[in-house]
Design a protein around this ligand. Structure first.
Ligand code: ATR
Length: 283
């Protein structure tokens, strides 16, 4: 009798208990009739590399990596996708047969797909404001620039980080015809309003709105918080109260980045719409 092999995947992070990834991937597997299982692995802060190696040695095929290990994952990968290379962070591992590790970053693809496909936002020639200059911001830079935006302003509490991030992407932006600048929240005063504002700061975790002036918004601005939760984030509420045309959060991006990881592992892109609808109902 042939032995049935169930391919093993997981998400690794700290904390990990509230991760939606196992539910999302179970829905993808059901949809595509794939024999696979997907667990959640907790790792101590100094135990990431050992937990990854253990999972790999037990025959694991791939991992998603979440906070706070994406930079460590970047260090550990033997080969990197373009987006992983440019962002300095990895959220997907695929374990090759020879034991080497391929690292990808699907976060930015997830964001751009959610904006373009679910919300039907045409990003070409748009003026975009990115709040934050940490790991989450870096992860979305290249796919955003490749989407054809006209201008990208990065604002951050620590001004220097925003300037460095802008400088790191200046060549890429130039090639793609986009003007890029980094600075402080104060620098936003007196600037023309933005078509799209993305909150990539950790402020929503603290229930705080970043100090963005209301003059950044106009009646056609679309606002996207990379965070999500059962309740609107402080950023979502503030943007709604200050006249944004559309307010979105990162739940759609979560499903889209998961689908992209799934396609790296399994060679086909699952449908995301029914999965997102299911998540919204069961939240
Ligand atoms: P992540 O990987 O989630 O991006 P990070 O690399 O620590 O985490 O970056 C957090 C980002 O949120 C940074 O841009 C941070 O600003 P600083 O670089 O000045 O630290 C930003 N951030 C965190 N709390 C914030 C707050 N209350 N208001 C505005 N920005 C905040």
């Amino acid at each position: 009798m042939n032995k049935v092999v169930i391919d093993q995947y997981a998400v690794i992070g700290n904390p990990i208990k509230h991760s939606k990834s196992p539910i999302i991937h179970a829905m993808f597997a059901q949809q595509t009739n794939d024999l696979m299982c997907y667990d959640a692995i907790f790792s101590s802060l100094d135990g990431f590399v050992d937990r990854v190696k253990e999972f790999q040695q037990q025959g694991g095929k791939g991992l998603n990596i979440t906070v706070p290990f994406k930079e460590q994952a970047w260090e550990l990968a033997d080969e990197l996708s373009d987006y992983a290379q440019s962002s300095g962070a990895v959220n997907t591992f695929m374990f090759n047969q020879d034991g080497s590790i391929y690292g990808a970053n699907t976060d930015g693809i997830g964001l751009v797909r959610d904006l373009k496909e679910r919300y039907q936002i045409d990003l070409t020639h748009k003026r975009v404001l990115l709040l934050g200059a940490g790991g989450a911001a870096k992860g979305v830079m290249q796919p955003l620039l490749e989407a054809g935006i006209k201008a990208l302003v990065i604002a951050n509490r620590t001004e220097q980080r925003a300037e460095t991030l802008a400088t790191n992407f200046v060549n890429c932006a130039k090639e793609l015809g986009c003007e890029i600048r980094g600075g402080s929240y104060n620098d936003l005063r007196g600037q023309k309003p933005f078509d799209l504002i993305i909150n990539a700061t950790a402020a929503s975790l603290q229930g705080i709105m970043p100090p963005m002036p209301a003059s950044c918004l106009y009646d056609k601005s679309a606002c996207y918080d990379l965070m999500y939760g059962g309740q609107p984030t402080a950023f979502e509420s503030w943007c709604k109260n200050n006249g944004a045309a559309l307010v979105m959060n990162g739940l759609g991006m979560l499903v889209e980045q998961a689908a992209e990881s799934y396609s790296i592992w399994r060679g086909r892109l699952p449908e995301t719409k029914p999965v997102l609808e299911n998540l919204l109902v069961s939240w």
